[in-house]
Design a protein around this ligand. Structure first.
Ligand code: NDP
Ligand code: 2IT
Length: 444
């Protein structure tokens, strides 16, 4: 394979899908060497078959808002690769959603899911519908209309969606209800369900907790831990909240959180009581992070991200490309020793280069945030065997999966000088398993 040529080809065939190009480029540049050790891969044109999704569904979603207006949105499901298990990956509802973003997410999900060691392929879906400012009834009507199209393409052994940005317990619950109504079957087709109807304990916490378990493994290798470390967290949704919770539990201090309008900086630290306030503000009242600054009298910066503040560890947990090269330079200048990604692809290629040149600990999302989909996989297992495990059991399994992923990264990513290139490690480890499965299954 010639990575540059493969990428050029993809760009020509799928122009303007910049996030998709970005995600593919990162993987190709890091697996090229390993790939070329296996001439049989190239003979089977494995790389194109792995970069282009198996199929993409695209549909219009029509729903009625509270004032009686008939509204339309676009809905999508990208089924990227099912070599090692049913397609698996979240659903995103956000005004920015388009095919490029979902293709990048489905592509990354394939490698992430491979890393978890659980039998899950990669997929992603969503809509440009924004739940922001919508009533509960509007969200429900939209979700039901969305599922009216999606249900034909998913199933417990086919494709198992879950949450992502804008899709949490409430939305998964409505999706599950409509799916059940349409199929007249009670199955584990969605994960992230409520505990009363097949959801796994620890699934809401899993992405944030998993990221911190991964971070702890990285820090342990450097002979340190989280005690008294100052953490910069972005986002204030599902991933950010449970990231902050675990940091607090392990003796670290969280000084920032954000939303799409701006960020708060609380040098005293967001303690348990303040975090409870944020959880209520975001999950119940669906308010803005600015209100935290008003309540606790700290700094709020409108229209900015928290990367110019001083901290030891950065935990981006909002969205893609939220740390650019300049932000990365600021973080390094301020003495950051580790960046562990709760979000998917939050660092631009320039930012990644800055982190790796400075030889700090840098964990890409597909390794560090794999805890969420891992517990989704455990939810699928529990649904299959019709049993549910305790929080302790699930948490132990999550810890051990994150430890394994860390070991795989070290195995495949350690460079001659001992620096662990976690990007390379995650990509090569994730790729090899999918590649071997594809080779064994013939030309499809
Ligand atoms: P939520 O919707 O719960 O929270 C998202 C947070 O990020 C909100 O604070 C939101 O602000 C902010 N945000 C979203 N889009 C933007 C944007 N374009 N610019 C600035 N801020 C933004 O989503 P999650 O916490 O579930 O997801 C966060 C990240 O983690 C995503 O990258 C997702 O793909 C990734 N992820 C999620 C997993 C999960 O299990 N949920 C698993 C693995 C990764 P606002 O409230 O203003 O919209
Ligand atoms: O990006 C992700 O890994 C997720 N949004 C979770 C996917 C899942 O199926 O739990």
């Amino acid at each position: 394979m010639n990575a540059v040529k493969v990428l050029e080809d993809l760009k020509r065939r799928f122009p303007n899908e910049f996030e998709y190009h970005q995600a593919v480029e990162e993987v190709l540049s890091t697996i090229e060497e390993e790939y070329n050790k296996h001439p049989e891969f190239d003979k089977a044109n494995l790389i194109e078959r792995l970069c282009i999704p198996d199929r993409v569904f695209q549909f219009r979603v029509t729903w009625m808002d509270d004032r009686g207006n008939i509204r339309t949105n676009m809905g999508y499901r990208v089924q990227h690769n099912n070599a090692i298990g049913p397609y698996k990956g979240g659903i995103r509802f956000h005004s920015s959603v388009n095919l490029s973003i979902l293709k990048f997410l489905a592509f990354e999900q394939t490698f992430k899911n491979s890393l978890t060691t659980l039998p899950m392929g990669g997929g992603k879906g969503g809509s440009d519908f924004s739940p922001r400012g919508k009533s509960n009834a509007e969200v429900m009507r939209f979700v039901q209309a969305f599922m009216l199209e999606l249900w034909r393409h998913i199933g417990p052994e086919t494709d198992v969606p879950a949450g992502d940005i804008g899709v949490g317990g409430r939305e998964v619950g409505y999706m599950f209800g409509m799916y059940k109504k349409l199929t007249r079957e009670f199955t584990g087709t969605l994960t992230g369900k409520g505990q009363e109807f097949g959801g796994s304990l620890i699934r809401p916490e899993a992405t944030g907790y998993g990221n911190i378990y991964f971070l702890m493994e990285m820090l342990k290798n450097k002979g340190t831990d989280l005690k008294d470390k100052v953490c910069l967290v972005s986002g204030s949704g599902n991933v950010a909240q449970y990231t902050a919770e675990k940091v607090l539990e392990l003796g670290g201090k969280v000084v920032t959180m954000s939303d799409s309008d701006g960020y708060i900086y609380d040098p005293a630290g967001i303690d348990r009581e303040k975090l409870n306030y944020i959880m209520e503000l975001k999950n119940l009242y669906r308010g803005r992070i600015r209100e935290y600054a008003e309540k606790y009298g700290c700094k709020y910066v409108e229209g900015a991200r928290p990367w110019s503040e001083k901290g030891d560890i950065a935990l981006p947990s909002a969205t893609q490309n939220e740390i650019n090269g300049e932000d990365a330079e600021k973080l390094i200048a301020n003495g950051v020793i580790a960046v562990s990604e709760g979000a998917n692809m939050p660092s631009t290629p320039e930012a990644i280069r800055v982190f790796q040149d400075a030889k700090i600990l840098y964990a890409p999302g597909k390794a560090a945030n794999a805890g969420g989909v891992s517990v989704s996989g455990l939810e699928m297992t529990q649904n299959s065997i019709k049993l549910s495990w305790s929080s302790e059991e699930v948490d132990e399994k999550l810890k051990s999966i994150m430890k394994n992923i860390h070991e795989s990264c070290v195995k495949y990513g350690t460079e001659d000088d001992g620096y662990v290139n976690y990007v390379k490690g995650a990509n090569v480890a994730g790729f090899m398993k999918v590649a071997k499965a594809m080779m064994a299954q013939g030309i499809l």
